[in-house]
Design a protein around this ligand. Structure first.
Ligand code: ADP
Length: 226
């Protein structure tokens, strides 16, 4: 029953993709028009933001379905991991300003050559960082720290958010699991509970590890060792 439900949702989500792409195309065209009133422009921008959120949710579901069927393929090449993760950091920095979040990046190294699949690894860090934003209230702090030790690279994503209870922490990497804590933050886009399951399987395919420490009302630290 579970499998056929999942197949049904995957197929429907797939069907949602085409009309969404068309909506996005029209919205992009509207945004390029001259002489739009700022209030109208901002509304269209909101439509675009929500369209992107829906596209991301659908892509996540389709991606998850693939990993469930054992289709996760990685193509590794040697790249500068520091440049890669800094780029991910930058892509959230505007959003951090918008949410009035203190967003920091710390690293002592200048370059960290590493073998990894950048497209897959981007999903990992997008998930972890967007979770940090999702569960951290306005004026909180989120930090990304990267360090290289002998044969390992360690990335810590720390947030001063709602935290995770001891009972929930064991289950957050299970698919479809969502803890109660999310309800504490208003305005939060509803998740699917598959982000961390997907994150974990991509990391496992890379022979990397992920650990979490958290305290309710204090915050969480996700540590990834590559
Ligand atoms: P979701 O789509 O619900 O975010 P995830 O698989 O990414 O699904 O996360 C599973 C659950 O783990 C979330 O519903 C939330 O309860 C908890 N969680 C994940 N990251 C954090 C975080 N940084 N702070 C607090 N809770 C978190």
């Amino acid at each position: 029953v579970n499998q056929s439900k999942l197949r049904f949702f995957t197929n429907i989500s797939h069907e949602f993709r085409t009309p969404l792409t068309l909506i996005r195309g029209q919205v992009d065209m509207l945004l390029q028009m001259q002489n739009i009133q700022p209030s109208v422009y901002n509304r269209i921008l909101n439509v675009k933001r929500n369209t992107l959120t829906m596209q991301n949710l659908i892509n996540e579901l389709l991606e998850f379905r693939k990993t469930e069927q054992g289709h996760i393929n990685i193509r590794v090449s040697e790249q500068d991991f520091l440049a890669f993760i800094y780029e991910v950091y930058l892509s959230f920095s505007e959003y951090a300003k918008y949410r009035a979040i203190n967003f920091n990046f710390n690293c002592q190294d200048e370059k960290i050559p590493l073998w990894f699949d950048a497209a897959q690894m981007q999903k990992v860090f997008y998930n972890l960082i967007s979770n940090a934003f999702k569960y951290t209230p306005k004026e909180g702090t989120i930090s990304i720290s990267v360090s290289e030790q002998a044969e390992r690279v360690e990335v810590k994503i720390t947030d001063s958010g709602v935290g995770i209870s001891a009972e929930a922490i064991e289950k957050i990497f299970d698919r479809f699991y969502q803890a109660e804590n999310g309800l504490q933050i208003s305005n939060m886009a509803p998740g699917t509970g598959i982000g961390l399951a997907l994150t974990k399987s991509i990391l496992e395919t890379h022979k990397a590890e992920i650990h979490v420490e958290s305290k309710p009302q204090v915050g969480s630290i996700f540590t990834i060792t590559l």
